[in-house]
Design a protein around this ligand. Sequence first.
Ligand SMILES: [Zn+2]
Ligand SMILES: [Zn+2]
Length: 229
Amino acid sequence: MGAFIILFAVIFGGGLLYFLFNKRNDSVLKLSLSFSGAYLLGITVTHLIPEVYSSNSGHIGVFILAGFIFQILLEFFSEGIEHGHIHVHKKHSGVFPFTMMFSLCVHSFFEGIPMADVAQRQSLMMGIAMHHVPVAFALMSMLLQSGVNRKWALFSLFLFAVMSPIGAFTGIYLGDWLQNGLFEKVMAVVIGIFLHISTTILFESDSDHRFNIIKLIIILGGAGLSLMV
Ligand SMILES: [Zn+2]
Ligand SMILES: [Zn+2]
């Protein structure tokens, strides 16, 4: 329970950072995204994929593929805010982006479910926290810059931050029901989501394929950390 409250607080705090750093610091944001992308990819291939494939659950690959495509679908609505940045910018429309918020919450909820697995909880929690802090920041800047009022923006941030813990509680609550291979299938869907998100983040953080030693070190750091948790 305590760990989930911390997860909520970290993500919520990440969104509040917007009030501290009103101006976007793109290079720091990009490096933190590279780190989280490398870490997510790392835990996916070293922790999560081996676990689901070593279970007795069948057709795991199909579920991974389904998760990957599911994330592509979500991004039609979320405009890719899951990557910690905004692709489409409708300036000062003041209209609350319901579909974006909805798909972001679905994404966040799904990612929370496998945290019901105690063996992977810590690595998953760190991965979600790391990649959702820049998302929370992007969410706040997107909402406030497009003229949504502060109360709605804070409420949206709250919803987004609380979704992964709710997903985790749902996973725990449905624990017995999810036995007999169903849990691994849900995990496989999340693996597909992670594969999509992490590779997209790494791809997008790469401007013009120019060699960047700092970024390489950051990526090695993120991947290295995934081997240690
Ligand atoms: Zn993107
Ligand atoms: Zn996420």
